[in-house]
Design a protein around this ligand. Structure first.
Ligand code: NAD
Length: 280
């Protein structure tokens, strides 16, 4: 089954990114090729992987086998913590490109600030160089708090296009989003479905019923209408279709307000970025 493509959002560097994609964290290397190819068939054009997911080679095989030309796909990968540093990041980028089988990457992110190592500014300098050399079109970060954003921008003058952070109905990142807005950074939501938390929430169930959709579709529609970029993970063919079929209905302002009211500033389930110091 093939659905209409997702809309593109403009980034501050002049490039654009499909607003809805597929995340492949925890998809095993030997299953990711089939998963990505199935998603492409549905209409997905944006794939989010990372060095730490250890499945870039499988994503690369899917890109090579895809009937959709490379130029129409948007591929993101991320620098893993243990490879942070200027020289290390340059080498790690080359290794990712070999695994992905790509000449040019669409988006490269620093996966976590990993403050204990204190190498994220050096990593960012390498990212700027890779972009200037045309090896990557856009550069951004993930899990950066305001102090980390301030530091890389202050020391290089280069603002990331995107910050990819935990964001779902029960943790809506209001203060950080205000910082993004001020800096012109797009918000990208990881674990957009809260890994299933919220599917039983009465607000979500009522809104889903109002529109004759599933709770997952309601939550993804809320992300789209809020203007965030996201990429739910699914290896189930039926859910791949379901998660991409979120452009045929709209929330009313009252429904948007009801979703906003689910926010819990303490609702983070992932690690606190300023405390994650694991060299994974
Ligand atoms: P998610 O919120 O996308 O939830 C995924 C889970 O929800 C699936 O494993 C599946 O069990 C279930 N699901 C998916 N579609 C469903 C549907 N239609 N109905 C019912 N259940 C459904 O969580 P995630 O996988 O943690 O996050 C998505 C992506 O975000 C990852 O694959 C990865 O690419 C990215 N991510 C990034 C970071 C980071 O540090 N940058 C961290 C975690 C995840």
């Amino acid at each position: 089954m093939s659905l209409p493509l997702a809309p593109n959002l403009a980034m501050h560097d002049g490039h654009s990114i499909p607003q809805l994609g597929l995340g492949v964290w925890q998809v095993p290397e030997d299953q990711v090729e089939a998963n990505v190819l199935a998603a492409i068939e549905v209409g997905y054009r944006h794939i989010d992987t990372a060095q730490g997911y250890e499945n870039e080679s499988g994503v690369g095989r899917a890109i090579a086998a895809s009937p959709v030309p490379r130029e129409q796909l948007f591929i993101t990968t991320k620098l893993r913590n243990k490879l942070q540093g200027y020289d290390e990041a340059l080498r790690a980028f080359d290794d990712s490109m070999k695994r992905l089988g790509l000449e040019t990457l669409d988006l490269f992110l620093i996966h976590w600030p990993y403050p204990e190592a204190n190498r994220y500014v050096d990593s960012w300098k390498a990212f700027v160089e890779l972009r200037e050399a045309g090896r990557v079109r856009s550069i951004g970060v993930s899990n950066f708090q305001p102090e980390h954003l301030e530091r890389i921008i202050g020391e290089t003058g280069v603002t990331p296009v995107i910050n990819q952070v935990e964001l779902h109905p029960h943790f809506q990142q209001r203060p950080l989003r205000a910082v993004h807005e001020k800096l012109g950074i797009l918000t990208q939501a990881w674990s957009p479905l809260g890994r299933g938390r919220g599917f039983e929430e009465s607000t979500v169930l009522t809104i889903a019923q109002n529109h004759g959709v599933t709770p997952a579709q309601a939550i993804l529609r809320w992300h789209m209408q809020s203007g965030w970029i996201t990429f739910p993970k699914s290896m189930t063919p039926k859910r791949l279709v379901e998660n991409f079929d979120v452009f045929g209905f709209s929330f009313t302002p009252t429904e948007m307000q009801a979703m906003a009211a689910l926010d819990d500033p303490g609702g983070r389930f992932g690690p606190k970025p300023e405390e994650l110091n694991v060299p994974f």
